[in-house]
Design a protein around this ligand. Structure first.
Ligand SMILES: Cc1cc2nc3c(=O)[nH]c(=O)nc-3n(C[C@H](O)[C@H](O)[C@H](O)COP(=O)(O)O)c2cc1C
Length: 378
């Protein structure tokens, strides 16, 4: 049996295989509410055989959205739109997860295809989408041309920490079984973690312990509102790839502190703190972030997820088999082929006769295979 298709259990939740759908913002929500787009976008991955389907970065407060199109769970009214989605995913044998986040100084951004620049007058005139003021640990703009965010007061910090807990409670009511906290890619929690964005001199900045405090308090706030039986994961940028930024050793310490606060798995990404230009040290090739997942798993003794530029089923199988990560997450490869897990199962010999497919497709594909081989075509 291929390791990629072996089950994986965290707390009381068992995922049928090691393949996760990486969170992917769709920028299609209205006032944070989910709709049919999200249902089809996420549902097709459950039909395609992924074990864990993560919904996109979902804002814990309205001003914590990155764009006007982000999903939100800052009010109870946003729960209902998500219920049919989690029900469908669960009924089709996958586990539904949600990523909770706050954009911090990257809030009020235009959608990628509108330029990924701060929301401006054009958005107001064309879409009636107004800019808003971003908050951050320190008043340092994200990049050149970005407005200076407002430095968070102690009250702001306490409010956002509490809002993560409240959003987790809503996520449970919506039917999600795993929460992942977005502490990567230059968003608010990463801004606290990285000395590049955090210049505070109070208990929320300075030493590693102080910079980690916000992430740890968010984990505790969620744990107080999220069932003991359900897993809690964090996505970290395990390096900033930049001088003076987070290095993997810091990320190991963060993972250890999070584990103590009740976190069960670290989703190991990198980068995103310092503008859109790719740092010189960041060399992209298939699985380039896998060594970080391996390091976190070994040094912090916590389950890890590998993500980033993975597409070859054999590469994914080997990395799980070698114990470099417990799970893998795919994003763009699944946009290209939502049935990637089912095709990977065929390549790795994990099933025969399309047995992992939903019967409504598998039955026909099995018959077509027989015909193709009878005709000597394949
Ligand atoms: C359309 C799209 C939206 C994304 N949105 C998110 C997001 O909401 N949260 C997040 O952590 N990463 C997000 N990412 C990053 C992916 O989750 C993933 O880490 C990255 O694309 C690398 O994986 P890949 O090479 O398999 O695409 C997004 C990526 C894409 C392509």
């Amino acid at each position: 049996m291929a390791e990629l298709f072996s089950p994986f259990t965290l707390r009381d939740i068992t995922v049928k295989n090691r393949i996760a759908v990486s969170p992917m913002s769709q920028y299609r929500a209205k006032d944070g509410h989910a709709n049919g787009w999200h249902a089809v976008h996420l549902g097709r991955f459950a039909l395609g055989g992924a074990g864990l389907v993560y919904a996109e970065a979902t804002a814990v407060e309205s001003d914590g959205r990155r764009t006007h199109g982000d999903l939100g769970l800052w009010q109870d009214a946003q729960i209902d739109g998500l219920i049919p989605i989690t029900k469908f995913i669960g009924d089709e044998g996958a586990v539904s997860g949600i990523q909770l986040g706050h954009a911090g100084r990257k809030a009020s951004e235009r959608r990628p295809w509108h330029g990924e620049t701060p929301v401006d007058d054009e958005d107001v005139s064309e879409r009636n989408e107004a800019p808003w003021t971003a908050i951050a640990p320190s008043p340092i703009p994200y990049a050149e041309g970005w407005p200076e965010p407002v430095e968070m007061s102690e009250a702001d910090i306490e409010r956002v920490i509490a809002s993560f807990g409240e959003a987790a409670r809503r996520a449970q009511e919506a039917g999600f079984k795993i929460v992942e906290v977005y502490a990567a890619h230059g968003f608010l929690i990463h801004q606290f973690l990285s000395p590049i964005a955090n210049r505070r001199r109070d208990r929320w900045g300075g030493s590693g312990e102080n910079r980690r405090r916000f992430a740890v308090e968010v984990a505790k706030s969620i744990r107080a509102n999220w069932p003991e039986a359900y897993p809690l994961a964090f996505r970290l940028s395990t390096t900033d790839w930049l001088e003076g930024g987070i290095e993997v050793e810091d990320a190991v310490e963060t993972a250890k502190a999070l584990k103590t606060a009740g976190v069960d798995m670290i989703d190991c990404s990198t980068g995103g703190i310092g503008g859109k230009d790719r740092p010189r040290r960041m060399v992209i090739e298939q699985g380039f972030q896998v060594p970080f997942a391996e390091r976190i798993r070994d040094s912090a003794d916590i389950a890890s997820m590998a993500v980033g530029f993975l597409w070859d089923a054999k590469v994914c199988e080997e990395l799980v088999k070698a114990g470099k990560a417990d799970m893998i997450a795919l994003a763009r490869e699944l946009l290209d082929d939502p049935n990637w897990p089912l095709h990977a199962a065929t390549k790795l010999g994990a099933h025969e006769n399309h047995s992992m497919w939903p019967i409504e497709s598998g039955w026909w594909l099995m018959k077509r295979d027989r015909l193709l081989s009878k005709l000597g075509i394949r």
